[in-house]
Design a binder for this molecule. Structure first.
Ligand SMILES: NC(=O)c1ccc[n+]([C@@H]2O[C@H](COP(=O)([O-])OP(=O)(O)OC[C@H]3O[C@@H](n4cnc5c(N)ncnc54)[C@H](OP(=O)(O)O)[C@@H]3O)[C@@H](O)[C@H]2O)c1
Length: 282
């Protein structure tokens, strides 16, 4: 079903591009429903116009026109943008922020008008429409507005609703997660090369192995531990490999990595808050 709300993007970078591409390809949005505003990059404006026929408009016009505002700027630019748009906001606007590490309370504290605010955390795979996105809602958000936000992010992958207090954990797991997988893949390729394969063969075999393992999990719905057991024959090759992973605390290392990223996300969020409070105090 076609959606009729008008969506204004503030920020026209990587994430805005990914979202707009997904929204249009899904067939649920048409180009007349989307407009963008960015800071000053003409190439980005031209790209949006050429690729999707989506026009750039000034903030005043964007705010007059849009029902929903998607804030797709870097966290360090978000407060400036909020201050800029604050005089033009009314309580009928739905605000969706994708800025990492800026919580709903901080966004609301800048705005004079109380309006519904949703925070979303997509990941890099949004660019290929396979993001794992988490969304959380502020107090003034209606279920219809939340459904709308879910539909937007569903255009670029899966959507999971979480409590806002869980957003640091989301950042540590699915936000940073693609980088852990790339690191794992890189190590597999290196292992293949050291075992005698060419870089090209090792790369293709490792990537397809990863894809196949994910497909297996997806199709069967089986537990990863169960699938692992099915590959291992007594005294066989896989057990020999897994033995080394175990001895080197592979699983504990992954858990620690997620905890470290979660912790860092909380620190960055607090730093953002402090920066904002210091600015207010001046
Ligand atoms: N990239 C990811 O994988 C990822 C994943 C999860 C969350 N996020 C979040 O998504 C947000 C956007 O990230 P990104 O990678 O898309 O950033 P990006 O490619 O650097 O794009 C940022 C955009 O913000 C615009 N901007 C800056 N100040 C502005 C202002 N005052 N008014 C209007 N537009 C302004 C820039 O304008 P110009 O075009 O003129 O430079 C640019 O279009 C970030 O907050 C990030 O935390 C990103």
């Amino acid at each position: 079903m076609m959606i009729t709300r008008k969506v204004g993007f503030i920020g026209a970078g990587n994430m805005a591009n990914a979202l707009i591409q997904g929204m249009i390809q899904s067939g649920q949005f048409n180009t007349e429903q989307i407009r963008i505003n960015n800071k000053n990059s003409m190439p980005r404006r031209r790209k949006m116009a050429a690729a999707y026929s989506i026009p750039y408009v000034g903030k005043r016009e964007l705010l007059r026109w849009a029902d929903v505002l998607i804030l797709a700027v870097k966290p360090q630019d978000l407060f400036n943008v909020l201050e800029e748009i604050d005089p033009m906001i009314n309580d009928r606007k739905l605000i969706i922020s994708i800025a990492a590490g800026v919580d709903i309370k901080s966004i609301a504290s800048i705005l004079t008008t109380k309006c519904p605010i949703i925070r979303a955390m997509p990941n890099m795979s949004a660019r290929v429409l396979t993001s794992a996105t988490a969304v959380s809602m502020g107090k003034l958000v209606s279920s219809e507005e939340m459904d709308f936000a879910r539909r937007i992010f569903f255009c670029v992958g899966s959507v999971h609703q979480v409590e806002e207090s869980q957003m640091d954990a989301v950042t540590g797991l699915s936000g940073s997660g693609p980088a852990y997988v790339y690191t794992f893949l890189k190590a597999m390729v290196e292992g293949g090369e050291q075992a005698g394969l060419s870089h090209e063969d090792a790369g293709e075999l490792a990537l397809q192995t990863l894809k196949g393992a994910i497909e297996m999990l997806t199709v069967t719905g089986d537990d990863p531990a169960e699938l692992t057991k099915q590959i291992c024959s007594p005294n066989g090759t896989t057990l020999a490999g897994l033995g080394v992973l175990k001895a080197n605390h592979f699983e504990e290392n992954i858990v620690d990595a997620i905890q470290a990223a979660t912790h860092r996300s909380a620190e960055l969020r607090q730093e953002n808050q402090q920066r904002q409070e210091a600015k207010k105090a001046v």
